[in-house]
Design a protein around this ligand. Structure first.
Ligand SMILES: Nc1nc2c(c(=O)[nH]1)N[C@H]1C(S)=C(S)[C@@H](COP(=O)(O)O)O[C@H]1N2
Ligand SMILES: [Mo]
Length: 185
């Protein structure tokens, strides 16, 4: 197991809760998910429509920049790449910004988000996400520090240039690779 824990991280058996600000309330009647920016086909999906998209189950590790790692999280959700395909991303798009409740954002190169383990998830370990872990929908980007795994996601904007995310604008690494210990910028 040791080789699955990145440098200067410790293995956490529980599932800590970490975020800034209040937990948003969820109303399935008004919730929507948007794909916007450099796309041929902007999307606005209701919760019901989002849930009808093809979903997958995938286990992955989760590394928080504050030092804990939780291995083998079984997530269920829609692959990021499925959303990109549905929205027909334009060739000029090289990055995407994830848009979450209360203005939380994070961004990554499109190529990294298109990797198959990157999901918009609503289930963790066979149960719907709890509100504090991001219900109804969160991004999961296992290969990055977890501030890239935005909770309470409402959409994605495809861009030509990278927009700074919430923590990335406050001194945290834009690349956020736990194996290279890219914690700060
Ligand atoms: N919307 C939102 N998403 C967020 C955060 C946040 O403050 N707001 N914190 C991030 C950080 S730093 C971590 S470590 C993970 C924690 O996820 P968890 O609370 O489910 O363990 O959520 C990430 N996603
Ligand atoms: Mo974190």
């Amino acid at each position: 197991m040791k080789d699955r824990i990145p440098p200067n991280q410790y293995q956490e058996q529980g599932f800590p809760v970490l975020h800034l600000g209040p937990i948003p309330t969820f109303d399935p009647a008004t919730w929507d998910f948007r794909a916007e920016g450099l796309v041929e086909r902007p999307l606005r999906l209701t919760w019901e429509e989002f849930r009808r998209l093809p979903s997958v189950v995938d286990a992955s590790d989760f590394h928080c920049v504050t030092g804990w790692s939780r291995l083998d999280n079984r997530w269920e959700g829609v692959r990021f790449r499925a959303i990109a395909e549905l929205a027909q991303v334009k060739p000029q798009a090289a990055f995407a910004t994830i848009l979450a409740e209360h203005g939380y954002t994070t961004s990554l190169p499109l190529a990294e988000l298109m990797e198959e383990e990157v999901l918009f998830a609503w289930v963790w370990e066979g149960q719907p996400l709890t509100p504090e872990h991001g219900y109804p929908l969160r991004l999961v980007v296992p290969q990055k520090y977890a501030y890239k795994s935005a909770k309470w996601v409402r959409g994605v904007r495809f861009t030509a240039r990278q927009e700074p995310g919430y923590w990335e604008a406050r001194g945290y690494s834009n690349t956020a690779d736990p194996w290279r210990e890219e914690r700060y910028s």
